[in-house]
Every structure is written in C-alpha cells, then in structure tokens.
Write a protein that binds this ligand. Sequence first.
Ligand SMILES: [Cu+2]
Length: 110
Amino acid sequence: MKTKVLSLVVMFILGTFTVFAGEKTEKFKVKGNCGMCETRIEKAAKSVKGVSAAEWDSKTTFLTVVYDDEVTNVNKVHVAVAGAGHDTEQQKAKDEVYNKLPSCCKYERK
Ligand SMILES: [Cu+2]
C-alpha cells in the first residue's frame, strides 16, 4: 500500500516537471493605478506569443507572467506592456501613448 502511494507521488512529481518544462515565471514592477490599468497591462502581456498567464496586482504593482522561454523572453513582455502605456522596470512608455491614457490611469512619473 505504501509503495503504491509513493509511486503515485513520484508519478505526480514527474508529470509536473514535464508540464512545466520550458515554462518560466517572472515578476517585475509595472506602473499603474486601477482596475482599468490591470486589464490593459494583462492584455498587453498576454498578447505576446508564448505568454500563458499574466497577473497584475494594483496594490503591489507587480506583474507576474508565465511564459515559454523557448518561444519568447521577458524583454518582449516589457516592450508590449510599455507599448500599452505603462512604464516597466526596464521599458518606458512613449509620452504620446501615456498621454492618451484615461485620467484615472495616469500613474505618477518621475
Ligand atoms: Cu487605470
């Protein structure tokens, strides 16, 4: 009985590794304010091919992305999010895109 449970556990662990092969999770700061920002940021991140999940937290302003590192890299996510008007740790959004954001979404810039 015990060996049966053990082999099930081993199979589960192996299965998990196979599923997540090539998948990476990365977390970085993205500037924004509200729920509209959240939708915009997550949509932009998910528009990158190879990104399977994107979650932005308005309280911590951290964006967590899950992506296949054989298909894409985290820099492309930075570029896509900045392209939607939100500054990231690495990439600054263009002024004209930032200026088009609704007033509630105009996060503070340095
Ligand atoms: Cu907003």
